[in-house]
Design a protein around this ligand. Structure first.
Ligand code: GUN
Ligand code: ZN
Length: 430
């Protein structure tokens, strides 16, 4: 049984950062044919209606059908402490984050938090999350189970830490290796689930733990690796003290075999030129977390500079260091931060970052992230007049991009009219 979804459609034929807005393909009266969990066709509504008379039709009229949003860096355990006041990174971790992450050692708390995180993501039109868990395997089990119950494609991993964290969260080099390996065996590649080897960041791992995770990484080249890089200047200075032999922060990861084309580095703000060029050379990804970077006071990510240098970039909420679950709000923050650095990023490029760009850094660029035949059917339908303020601005628009931009800048979960996951309307857990 095929489903034909009608509305405006937005897809990409290339990267708008390289090719400009011409890389985007917009249809005013478009349609998406979904069959067997995949996008079977994208085209003009009338033509697809005639070609598929048996399909079940849902008409969203002026709403915009897009690939679902892909959040390439978040911490589901921090869902309950989003918007916690008054701290910068290291104090914020010690004061809010670590105590909350300790609570997830209780399987019931982990299950409840994971369910809430997945449901909030879907309510905001985000169909894929790449999440850190806590250091307890229970927290990983809970997240994969919640995602599986909803049919979501997610990537996640046990957050490894063997120093500079409370005893309840600390593991050892051996436990980090063995528990991660056991989770890979159980979950990686099961349905739509993928495993990410996850050292939290250099300051919370001893060299011995980074070495153990480097060996694990070498044994599992098909997993992604996620960690944090150069988020705050104090943190960068701390890393230089802890690893005096390293040339710079990225070099710590390089020395332990933890930097390659399947690595995703969260934040990557305070980079020296060598690090920027090396990220490009490696083909590694950077997760741009603009609401977090403002909220925790981290700095202004050089989106345009990194893209121009050839670094792959995706967009991320960094929940709960980030201040919103919404990838629309996150696009708005990315726009504002680029403005502060002297660049106006085109709406096409913002939308690409939140979909195909994020999918690519997660190694899922051919699987999700774009409205093209053959991709898995994770879709979001966006109301472009979801509030009176947005509606009155969009009503004056003389182009599609002018009509879309108020939703990027002012939209949130109220703009999400429908979500499809793996070819079916999103639902709660079965
Ligand atoms: N660096 C190490 N851990 C974290 C975290 O949980 N959130 C953020 N924003 N940065 C980190
Ligand atoms: Zn993070």
């Amino acid at each position: 049984m095929a489903d034909l979804i009608l509305g405006q459609t937005l897809s990409f034929t290339a990267d708008p950062f390289a090719e400009g807005a011409g890389a985007a393909e917009h249809r005013r009266h478009g349609a998406v044919l979904v069959e067997g969990g995949r996008i079977a066709a994208v085209g003009e509504a009338e033509a697809l209606r005639r070609a598929h008379p048996q399909a079940s039709v849902t008409d969203h009229r002026d709403a915009l059908i897009s690939a679902g949003f892909v959040d390439c860096h978040m911490h589901y355990p921090q869902t309950g402490i989003i918007a916690s006041w008054g701290k910068r990174l290291i104090d914020w971790l010690n004061h809010y984050t670590f105590p909350e992450e300790m609570r997830l050692a209780d399987p019931a708390v982990a299950a409840d938090t994971a369910a809430r995180a997945c449901d909030l993501a879907l309510a905001h039109g985000t169909t894929t999350l790449a999440s850190y868990c806590t250091s307890t395997p229970v927290s990983v089990e809970a997240f994969f189970a919640a995602a599986e119950a909803r049919g979501m494609r997610v990537i996640a991993g046990k957050t490894c830490m063997d120093r500079h964290a409370p005893p309840g969260l600390i593991d050892t080099p051996e436990r980090a290796h063995d528990e991660s390996a056991a989770l890979i065996a159980r979950w990686h590649g099961r349905g739509r689930l993928g495993y990410a080897i996850t050292p939290r960041f250099a300051p919370t791992s001893t060299p011995e733990q980074l070495e153990a995770l480097g060996a694990l990484r070498a044994a599992h080249p098909d997993c992604i690796l996620q960690t944090h890089l150069s988020e705050q200047t104090d943190e960068v200075a701390w890393v230089a003290e802890l690893f005096p032999e390293a040339r710079d922060y990225l070099d710590v990861y390089e020395r332990f075999g933890l930097a390659d084309a399947s690595s995703v580095f969260g934040h990557a703000i305070h980079l020296v030129p060598r690090e920027r060029d090396r990220l490009a050379e490696l083909g590694a990804g950077a997760a741009h977390c603009p609401t977090s970077n403002s909220f925790i006071g981290s700095g202004l990510f050089d989106l345009v500079g990194l893209k121009a240098a050839g670094v792959r970039v995706g967009l991320a909420t960094d929940t709960g260091g980030g201040s919103s679950f919404s990838m629309l709000r996150t696009m708005a923050a990315a726009y504002e931060v680029a403005q502060l650095r002297g660049h106006a990023v085109h709406p096409a490029a913002l939308w690409w970052l939140a979909t195909q760009g994020s999918a690519e850094v997660l190694g899922l660029g051919g699987t999700i992230g774009n409205l093209v035949p053959g991709r898995e059917a994770d879709l979001v339908v966006i109301d472009l007049a979801s509030t009176p303020a947005i509606a009155q601005r969009a009503a004056r628009a003389e182009s599609f991009w002018e009509a879309l931009f108020p939703t990027i800048m002012m939209g949130d979960d109220r703009a999400v009219r429908a979500v499809w996951v793996n070819g079916r309307p999103a639902r709660g857990a079965d």
